[in-house]
Design a protein around this ligand. Sequence first.
Ligand SMILES: [Zn+2]
Length: 317
Amino acid sequence: MLTTKYNFTKISPSEFENWLSGVNLSRTVLKVQQHHTYIPSYQLFNGSNHFELQRGMRNTHIDIFRWADIAQHFTIFPDGQILTGRSLEMNPAGIVGQNANAICIENLGFFDKGKDDMTQAQKDAIVTVTALLCKKFNLPINTKSIIYHHWYSAKTCPGTNFFGGNRREDCEKHFLPLVKNVAPQKPKEDDDRIKAYAIVTALMLNVRTGPGVSHAISSERAPVERTNILRVYDEKNGWLKISSSKPLWVSGKFTKNVQRYVVEAPMLNVRSGPAMRYYTIGQVHQGESVFISEEKGIWRRMALEDKWVSANFLKAF
Ligand SMILES: [Zn+2]
């Protein structure tokens, strides 16, 4: 049975698929991040303090780090129980430069070599949750959609001993095969019906049950947030239909069309402006999807950010 406390819901691995089937997001999800909490480690888990540890993390993230909410969408505990965290309609605060379109999983423990020895129950739950998220959001099971914090940071997170190691090759060899076993890939026709992508430019944008303000605000869908990427299935009088199966609409006035591209170079520099003289502020990698909102010469602006990449290394999705 699901229990809820401090605004978090505790879900067992066997309940997760059913729980997830009731989740429908306006935000486009392309990535699942893996982390370890480091602190709290196993030492602090006593078998029944899931909610208290989760609340402690939320307090730290809000009060100390000054984030909007707890960083992660899910925390997976040593006994395999899963706790919800941040609203799934919000980008997480997990990996700098990789939070857009991502879901963040924090696995409770410290999984560097010689530290916490991950329980089988937790391993099974991590594999199950990751697989079901990939299935739900139609993500290919590879290192573009399943990403480790370590690949983008000096941190060892999710741990040098996380499923045999924290490198890309460890993930491919030891983790992805387990995930594939749980959720074999199947094409979802839904993706073919996407006509366009749009980015939300308003701080908050209501989702309505029809194309116009005379239609009620949807009771089943939270307002969408600025910078989130919406999938557009239809358009009517300047309104965008953002679900393939349900009458859910937003005003196109508060969105901007974006084009989806895939990075072709092994590594592509991201600059703070549309010219070579601007600083390199990060990289995107081969196979990664980027959403482009503006063009200037050969330069393409990523989402609504001051981040520009060269069009020479992008191909249309
Ligand atoms: Zn991390």
